[in-house]
Design a protein around this ligand. Structure first.
Ligand SMILES: Cc1cc2nc3c(=O)[nH]c(=O)nc-3n(C[C@H](O)[C@H](O)[C@H](O)COP(=O)(O)OP(=O)(O)OC[C@H]3O[C@@H](n4cnc5c(N)ncnc54)[C@H](O)[C@@H]3O)c2cc1C
Length: 305
């Protein structure tokens, strides 16, 4: 099995998701090559062929041109699979490549089972193992689903690539979204509420502990979708990515989309009634308790310090 990994630059920097692509190829047991519109100054630590297009010439976003650069490599290398991150870059390019190749596309892949991609369904409550009917496939990987067990090492064999495809697009840079509300990315302590809080009134319990710890409160997506908390408080792939010193997850199961937003936290405490909740796998301290009893007691203890 041969895979082509499509790495990404953002604001002139190589994205860390590059190594999630490498971890995916390793888990698949596949031979890999990498494609990047980037520069010699920030290359991935990767032992393999890197097809490198000059970012100054082709810019970070230019779908028609990046597509042609990719299609030229695919025609030459004939990979069985083309692998993108499930990012805005991947969302844009993957379907273009899939259509051009007449290849099946599997989006938001979170695992590999029996050599086949696994993707979430029913709002990530279920997973399906996908058997495609095409010989070439295109996949996008959910952020945080694949991680290298060791620090990346290696120096790529760089193969410069070019195209004469005309473009009508000029990339002018990124515009920050207007966030308003709270900026959780700067908080040193975050106490987050999950669906386990049960009702909106219980958000006060979570906000109380956050305040006692001089931090901010966050929330999982169901809490935000229920309009119990503002969207700026959401942590996860469709919310904020946070890296506090302390992250306290209260009544949060630990779905991959939530973990992707908080996995860079230095120390994680999780409080859950279910001793088998997946959040226990990333928690430094896992408390099996009812948050409605445990959190107010903890808040009192912190306030008494
Ligand atoms: C495309 C996409 C994007 C997504 N983006 C995000 C995102 O950005 N952020 C995000 O969070 N989710 C996101 N999700 C949703 C995600 O898949 C999960 O559904 C969600 O994270 C679950 O939230 P939860 O852990 O609060 O709820 P649940 O999974 O329902 O877990 C509730 C937990 O509370 C525990 N519990 C119940 N009662 C108590 C109690 N009294 N005391 C203590 N524990 C209790 C339960 O044991 C359970 O583990 C996304 C999904 C999709 C498909």
């Amino acid at each position: 099995m041969k895979v082509l990994l499509v790495a990404e630059y953002r604001d002139g920097q190589l994205l860390g998701s590059t190594y999630e692509l490498v971890a995916f190829a390793q888990k698949l047991g596949a031979e890999s090559a990498m494609f990047l519109v980037g520069s010699d100054s920030a290359l991935p630590q990767y032992d393999g062929t890197l097809y490198l297009a000059n970012i100054n010439k082709y810019s970070e976003f230019n779908p028609a041109v990046h597509k042609q650069l990719l299609l030229d490599i695919i025609a030459k290398d004939q990979p069985d699979m083309v692998v993108f991150s499930h990012s805005s870059y991947g969302w844009d390019l993957a379907p273009r490549i899939s259509l051009a190749l007449d290849a099946a596309q599997v989006s938001e892949v979170v695992d590999i089972v029996d050599g086949e991609p696994v993707a979430p369904v029913c709002n990530a409550k279920l997973r399906r193992q996908v058997k495609t009917k095409t010989s070439q496939n295109v996949v996008t990987l959910q952020a945080g689903a694949f991680c290298l067990s060791e620090e990346p090492v290696g120096t790529p064999t760089v193969v410069p690539i070019d195209t004469d495809t005309a473009t009508e697009i000029e990339f002018n840079g990124y515009e920050e979204a207007e966030t308003g509300g709270v900026d959780l990315s700067k908080a040193e302590v975050i106490v987050s509420a999950g669906r386990g809080i049960g009702k909106p009134e219980n958000l006060e319990i979570i906000a109380g502990l956050a305040s006692a710890l001089k931090g901010e409160y966050g929330a999982s997506r169901p809490v935000v979708d229920s309009e119990w908390a503002d969207h700026t408080r959401q942590v996860g792939t469709t919310g904020q990515t946070v890296s506090p010193k302390l992250y306290v997850a209260c009544g949060i199961s630990g779905a991959i989309q939530h973990l992707a937003g908080m996995k860079k936290s230095e120390f994680v405490v999780a409080i859950n009634t279910d001793k088998d909740a997946p959040i226990s796998e990333v928690a430094d301290v896992f408390v099996v308790a009812d948050l409605k009893q445990f959190v107010p007691t903890l808040t009192e203890k912190v306030q008494a310090l």
